[in-house]
Design a protein around this ligand. Structure first.
Ligand SMILES: [Fe+2]
Length: 432
């Protein structure tokens, strides 16, 4: 049964333990929460980013495709329609395979500060380097995107500090994974569609339409995004000019977010796959077994974006930030919990130690990107490129070594630097 309900809403300036309790309860119930009361800079930056992206979206298709970078897929650049099928990763009951996604998007990844040790340690396709943007006609889009990633990192650290209090965990135990993550912002463009609706129906609770286009082509099972879970700890939907977001909660009810204007200064936040695995059991990183949803753990919310048939002639635009952690953090014990068996076997072949030491964020990320359509135009090409990218990750040191390097670098930063103690504050608190 589908029940339309109001989403829980909370202000980020609420006293941390109350804020944490509220969010913790929603995440246990696999519900998204609306978090409001952000720093006004976040709203300003998102607004400026959106204005530039709307202009970008109006460029001719061939021109936009010049900014499609296969090697940086998932971290930076343009993704044309029919590349990503996020619904393929919606689980065995997903409607994804039966639906067609009507969407293109642009990603802007994290940019590390100059001199940061991860710049030397990580392959260039993990963090976005400004030199990749040379010649890009909307340079402000990149700077605003990088800034938005940092502002979302700040908001995540506040949220995780609240969750730590609510769950009685040592301060910093969750927030420790946030600084210098591979967080990305994604700008979605769902182009306007004109035609005759032949049929409206639901597949596993997901509303879809069959449509006869003026060209005579029949498009079947159209959605903006099919049902899927996200590749991240938490996703932050920061802006949308139209409703469409829907998520199924723990009891099977569907929460639909109906407001458009309410996004200003707020975000719809939901838990992704890393958040699910790492919260089961209780964010005790590295303490196997991960991934079995236990009482008190979070579920990765299955969600989708529906087409509003009344307003589908006009485009829908939205901004989401996918909150990731450092590429060296172990997010899950078994690669099979994350991707289909043929993709998991590529990971196991290239990184045999994955079964013993667990799956790192960077490995999980690239395996999932291959699964949902990136890294090549055929399945064989995707698997081959995935193997190559995993090979390039192999020299990555352990997270413990990376953390040590970063702490050393932070100590050399001037007192007024925003990076001074960004990671160190949690490290010290964790160890007292
Ligand atoms: Fe999503």
């Amino acid at each position: 049964m589908v029940v339309v309900k109001e989403m829980p809403r909370v202000d980020i300036s609420t006293q941390p333990s109350n804020f944490g309790k509220f969010v913790d309860r929603a995440f246990r119930d696999v519900k998204p929460v609306i978090v409001s009361g952000f720093d006004p800079e976040l709203d300003r930056t998102a607004r400026a980013l959106m204005d530039d992206f709307v202009n970008f979206s109006e460029l001719p298709d061939d021109n936009k495709r010049e900014y499609c970078y296969p090697k940086l897929a998932g971290q930076f650049g343009f993704t044309p329609q029919d590349t990503e099928q996020s619904g393929y990763a919606g689980g065995k009951d997903s409607a994804g395979g039966k639906l067609q996604e009507h969407r293109e998007h642009f990603m802007i990844g994290s940019q590390l500060p100059e001199g940061h040790p991860l710049l030397d340690i990580c392959p260039p396709f993990i963090y976005f380097d400004a030199k990749n943007a040379v010649g890009f006609p909307f340079p402000d889009m990149v700077t605003n995107g990088n800034r938005l990633v940092e502002l979302v990192e700040d908001a995540r650290m506040r949220m995780y500090a609240g969750l730590e209090q609510a769950r009685g965990l040592p301060p910093g135990s969750i927030a420790f994974i946030v600084p210098y993550g591979t967080t990305v912002v994604r700008l979605h463009h769902y182009p306007g569609i004109r035609g005759d609706i032949v049929k409206e129906y639901e597949v596993n609770g997901v509303k879809a339409i069959d449509m006869l286009l003026p060209s005579g082509e029949l498009k079947k099972g159209l959605v903006y995004a099919a049902d899927h879970t996200d590749i991240d700890c938490t996703a932050w939907l920061l802006r949308a000019n139209k409703p469409g977001f829907a998520q199924r909660d723990k009891t099977g009810n569907v929460e639909r977010f109906t407001a458009g204007k309410d996004y200003e200064g707020s975000a719809v936040v939901n838990v992704g796959d890393y958040g699910k695995f790492m919260s089961n059991p209780d964010w005790t990183l590295g303490a196997a077994p991960f991934g079995t949803v236990q009482d008190g753990g979070y579920g990765s919310g299955v969600h989708w974006v529906e087409i509003n048939t009344e307003t589908m002639q006009d485009p829908r635009f939205s901004i989401v930030a996918f909150g990731h952690n450092r590429p060296t953090v172990v997010v899950c014990d078994k690669i099979d919990r994350i991707v289909r068996p043929n993709i998991a076997s590529v990971v196991r072949r290239v990184i045999p130690e994955v079964d013993r030491r667990g799956v790192r964020e960077s490995e999980a990320l690239y395996a999932r990107l291959a699964e949902i359509g990136y890294l090549g135009s055929t399945e064989a090409e995707r698997l081959e490129n995935l193997a190559g990218m995993l090979e390039a990750l192999r020299p990555l040191p352990s997270d413990r070594e990376v953390v040590k390097e970063i702490l050393g670098w932070e100590r050399t930063q001037p007192e007024d630097s925003p990076y001074k103690g960004r990671l160190g504050q949690f490290y010290e608190r964790r160890n007292t």
